[in-house]
Design a protein around this ligand. Structure first.
Ligand code: HAM
Length: 404
């Protein structure tokens, strides 16, 4: 028997309903905020992710589905959506239209070769939004509000964690300060952290090792070393969150696993789904368009993990819907198709191809959750009528076929 690959899942029945419900809800809300759909390829050149997500990140360093294709190109299954959207933005020369703003939403599969566990898959799905051309921190706030609206519509509780990662003015001096601190306690930090002191010292801040975390309590904090502009923006963000009654926590160790962020970084977490608790994450990435050879363009965005949200979402009750059409006589069955296609212009219709007794048809209608069971029996056939039972209101009637 051939099974799906480890860490990859089929979605059917109840689960696929959840999936569609989440995407439909998220897309409706994103559209209200002015986002239009973008679809980018799953396969991209490996160097796109090396240059954006960052070579020192775990995603690029350890988790890429990377291979040489038949034309000897170094390609990779996208581990996230932002890099592809930015590549597409630059390729379409939208970066040259400096006075315009562009907002895109997307959803689809992402691939990370991680060790699978609850809430962590190798193929998973994200819904994301990317906003280009808006440098105002109001846009960071609006994105957070958008995610809040999605979770509210899905009936999901969350905690919001925020931080500021500064900018090219305040980050480098802070980085130096942090490196000095980390070098001093080098011997007590874990191997991973020791490696990161040279490659990506900021990532040391979110090491999960308890001993490292205890040492980091005394580390210098970027939030108290921000330049005037970053500090102003962060203060404004906090003020807006307060005024709109959006609860938040400032987490000075929140650095995100991707290297392209500056200024605002945030994560939405749930305490109901175990250790893989991040249900959405994002932030500002004002330098990424430039890194990918475009003209400087401020940008901010987020992505949410659909599978993790599937665990939490409360589904609306499914009510009976549409028609089930059947006949009690074999020779009547071909005539059901024209009835069905007429009805299908407005309703869901299931046609039963076998001639059956009424009781069996009622059972069939029940199985497909139809509201109406419509059956042509011997009398109805003779009289050019059809019998219909409304399974919600428990009413039945016989009407001429041309009125059906
Ligand atoms: P990320 O935090 O790496 O951000 O992923 C976003 C969300 O995807 C996570 O919060 C989580 O819910 C889900 N996720 C990540 N890895 C897995 C996995 N292995 N299995 C299941 N779910 C997972 C990004 O990808 C950025 N591109 C977000 C962004 C957009 N920033 C700016 N724009």
């Amino acid at each position: 028997m051939i099974n799906a690959l480890r860490g990859m899942k089929d979605l059917t029945f109840e689960e696929s309903e959840r999936f569609v419900h989440i995407v439909t809800t998220a897309r409706t809300i994103a559209q209200r905020y002015g986002y239009g759909y973008i679809e980018t390829p799953i396969l991209e050149e490996t160097k796109l992710f090396k240059r954006s997500v960052g070579e020192s990140s775990d995603i690029v360093g350890k988790e890429m589905y990377q291979f040489m294709d038949k034309g000897n190109n170094d390609v990779c299954m996208r581990p996230e959506g932002t890099a592809g959207v930015v590549r597409s933005f630059v390729q379409a020369k939208l970066d040259r239209r400096q006075n315009e703003k562009f907002k895109f939403y997307y959803y689809g599969p992402m691939f990370r070769y991680e060790r699978p566990q609850k809430g962590r898959l190798r193929e998973f799905h994200q819904f994301g939004c990317e906003s280009f051309g808006e440098a105002s921190v109001y846009e960071d706030f609006t994105i957070i509000q958008l995610i809040g609206d999605i979770f509210k519509a899905l009936g999901i509780g969350y905690k919001l964690q925020i931080n500021s990662l500064g900018c090219p003015e305040c980050m480098p001096p802070y980085r130096q300060e942090l490196i000095s601190f980390l070098t001093e306690c080098k011997d007590e930090l874990c191997d991973d952290c020791n490696r990161r002191i040279d490659t990506n010292p900021i990532r040391v801040l979110d090491c999960k090792n308890e001993k490292c975390q205890a040492l980091l309590v005394d580390s210098p904090k970027l939030i108290s070393n921000l330049c005037l502009n970053c500090d102003d923006d962060f203060t404004t963000l906090v003020r807006l969150l307060k005024s709109e009654n959006i609860d938040y926590e400032i987490d000075t160790n929140l650095v995100r696993g991707l290297d392209y962020y500056n200024k605002t970084a945030f994560e939405f977490v749930s305490d109901e789904i175990g250790s893989q608790s991040a249900i959405a994450g994002g932030g500002r990435y004002d330098k990424l368009v430039e890194f990918l050879d475009g003209k400087p363009t401020p940008a901010v965005g987020f992505a949410l993990g659909i599978e993790r949200i599937m665990e939490l979402v409360k589904m609306p009750e499914v009510s009976r819907e549409g028609y089930y059409i059947g006949a009690m006589d074999e020779e009547v069955i071909p005539s059901l198709f024209s009835l069905a296609s007429k009805k299908r212009t407005s309703d869901k219709v299931t046609v039963e191809y076998g001639a059956k007794k009424l009781k069996a048809h009622l059972k069939g209608a029940d199985k497909v959750n139809a509201q109406f069971c419509a059956v042509i029996g011997e009398d109805e056939y003779k009289n050019g009528t059809i019998w219909i039972k409304d399974l919600v209101n428990k009413e039945e009637k016989t009407i001429p076929l041309n009125e059906f």
